[in-house]
Design a binder for this molecule. Structure first.
Ligand code: CA
Length: 226
């Protein structure tokens, strides 16, 4: 599970991140609204924890943009006691849950477990669909028409990122961070190898969906033959 924590109180954000990491979440931090929005739009997160009062852009603006872009990632809002109205607006804008600061870490962990289950349910029901292909990341199956292939875990994770981005560009660094982990020794060539495996499988399925190389940046899915 990869979590984005957007919180401008850096000391508190570090402390929360440490506890989350001890509980086997991978955490990326953003300390202002602009950077938070950029990260959130990358589409690589399983859960986003959003503080409301942020420099740059507010948490509510980030949430609104995410939902406008049809990014259905579960969002947990962090609110101050005085922000009751913001809380209501946040839920109306499509937040999944909120926590009032200060909060107990056990409470946050419990809420995250619920959101993680919700994310899984959304994905299991619908899978990921892009162009003429469909991915079920829980059975590692890639479908096109009546044909299907089994993927390896890494292939599935990589394709899931690309499908979740809905045609947006995903950088090689992001792929390494999410699929191999921050501390891994993985390099660009590992990503290139897995991209080539996926391209072969898409071709073998006769799919019209392809993986485009965006020179100097990364990869994006394209519907329609390359
Ligand atoms: Ca704040």
């Amino acid at each position: 599970m990869r979590i984005l924590l957007v919180e401008d109180e850096e000391y508190m954000a570090q402390a929360v991140a440490q506890v989350l990491e001890k509980n086997n979440y991978t955490v990326d931090l953003a300390h202002d609204g602009e950077y938070g929005l950029d990260c959130a739009l990358s589409g690589i997160y399983d859960i986003i924890i959003l503080d409301i009062m942020l420099p740059g852009r507010s948490g509510l603006e980030i949430l609104k943009t995410l939902r406008q872009e049809k990014i259905a990632v579960p969002v947990l809002l962090l609110t101050a006691k005085s922000e009751t109205e913001d809380k209501v607006t946040g839920l109306d804008l499509g937040a999944d849950d909120y926590l009032t600061k200060p909060f107990e870490m056990q409470e946050l962990l419990a809420r995250l477990r619920v959101l993680a289950r919700r994310k899984q349910e959304i994905t299991v029901q619908s899978g990921y669909e892009f162009g003429d292909v469909l991915l079920n990341p829980y059975t590692l199956s890639l479908f096109c028409g009546s044909q299907s292939f089994k993927l390896t875990l890494k292939e599935s994770q990589l394709l899931e990122m690309l499908m979740d981005a809905r045609g947006g560009v995903i950088s090689k660094d992001r792929i390494i961070e999410k699929v191999w982990g921050f501390d891994s020794e993985a390099e660009d060539r590992h990503v290139e190898i897995y991209i080539s495996f996926l391209r072969k499988k898409l071709k073998a399925l006769g799919a019209n969906t392809s993986i485009e190389t965006v020179r100097g940046i990364g990869y994006a899915l394209r519907a329609g033959r390359a």
